[in-house]
Design a protein around this ligand. Structure first.
Ligand SMILES: Nc1ncnc2c1ncn2[C@@H]1O[C@H](COP(=O)(O)OP(=O)(O)OP(=O)(O)O)[C@@H](O)[C@H]1O
Ligand SMILES: O=P(O)(O)OC[C@H]1O[C@](O)(CO)[C@@H](O)[C@@H]1O
Ligand SMILES: [Mg+2]
Length: 326
């Protein structure tokens, strides 16, 4: 592999607020360092169909404040196959792209890892997902904004829950990871969180009911992480209807509104730092690493570590929620 002259950027998987700030940072840092930049549309799909455009500094003007991704995003089935990845590689050769920055979640970085194993292309990953489920980074781009969106929604639901003296199960995203649910519960003052990470230890519903919340409160909010492991908010509402019929239960599934909106200051700064660092990493000859933030320091995390799917939940947070929700 010779010196890198042209960097391709793509966003892949679910969009996350701050992806645009990351695209801007990668583009501008690359140009600042004398590299050419090409924007690849619709994630890995754009590498297969050749939907690619050269980006100059002005292509990324006025986007730092926008949610979503100007490059669009996709979940691309063809890239799961060696044949699809071969076409993607041919496109890169044709376009003269000799390094790739992939902004996305665990799936997108898994794709980058496999691609980099098959072809001699330096791939750098930026953690872009509201789920915060990548190991080796304190937070991912989009997570903070999604958390704040959850708070805004829960605060509103709290008004009606209190007025009607109801028990609400509010389902948040996370795809089998409980970060949004647990921190969303702490920050909104919810009475409990049901998360997949704790599901093998206790029956979290029973634990919540037995905590006797009715003694001091007559309404309650339980945040449930979406997951096949927990079964989601509907599952718990059904259980309460059957097992504790004295409670007046309602369900709200927050859904995709959690993915939208203008990125928070935290996400814009994180995206800007990680985006700039991705170009430093390429210039240093790094390959197949995710750029993360740990203790406010930029770190390089090998793909194999970042995506191993077991980023731990901080048990102190579980205890804080339990202690403060009496
Ligand atoms: N094992 C794999 N091999 C090749 N490509 C993959 C693989 N896993 C995922 N990808 C690619 O990455 C894309 C996005 O993956 P996925 O749908 O898991 O989202 P993600 O990046 O984890 O984001 P999020 O979970 O935040 O929505 C897939 O559609 C596919 O194109
Ligand atoms: O509706 P989609 O785009 O398939 O994505 C839903 C999934 O994407 C995520 O929001 C992450 O982007 C997960 O939390 C959720 O399960
Ligand atoms: Mg994912």
């Amino acid at each position: 592999m010779g010196t890198v002259k042209c960097v391709g950027i793509l966003t892949s998987g679910g969009d996350a607020p701050g992806m645009n700030a990351a695209i801007r940072a990668v583009t501008r840092a690359a140009i600042y360092n004398g590299l050419q930049v090409k924007g690849i549309y619709r994630g890995y799909k754009g590498l297969i169909t050749g939907e690619i455009q050269e980006f100059k500094s002005q292509n990324v003007s006025n986007i730092i404040q926008l949610g979503g991704t100007i490059l669009k995003t996709a979940r691309c089935k063809e890239f799961l196959t060696p044949e699809g990845r071969k076409v993607a590689h041919e496109t890169m050769v044709k376009e003269g792209i000799d390094a790739l920055v992939v902004i996305g979640g665990d799936g997108s970085l898994t794709g980058a890892r496999i691609f980099a194993q098959e072809y001699d292309i330096p791939c750098i990953g930026l953690p872009g997902t509201i789920d915060n489920d990548l190991f080796g980074t304190d937070t991912t781009i989009g997570y903070d904004t999604a958390l704040n969106t959850i708070l805004e929604a829960v605060d509103k639901i709290r008004d009606t829950a209190t007025s009607h003296e109801r028990l609400f199960f509010i389902e948040v995203m996370g795809r089998d990871a409980g970060f949004l649910a647990l921190n969303g519960a702490i920050a909104s003052g919810a009475e409990a969180a049901i998360i997949p990470e704790c599901s093998t230890e206790v029956d979290q519903l029973e634990e919540f009911i037995k905590s006797g919340y009715r003694k001091s409160k007559n309404s309650s909010i339980v945040i449930v992480a979406e997951s096949e492991i927990t079964g989601g908010a509907m599952h718990y509402a059904e259980r309460v209807k059957n097992e504790y019929p004295q409670y007046d239960v309602r369900v709200t599934i927050l859904g995709h509104l959690q993915r939208g909106g203008s990125p928070s200051a935290h996400d814009r700064i994180l995206a800007s730092r990680l985006g700039a660092a991705s170009i430093d990493a390429i210039l240093e000859g790094q390959r197949n690493v995710m750029i993360g933030i740990e203790n406010d320091q930029v770190v390089y995390v090998p793909f194999t570590k970042a995506i191993k799917n077991d980023k731990p939940i901080n048990k102190e947070l579980v205890n804080v929620l339990r202690t403060l929700s009496i």
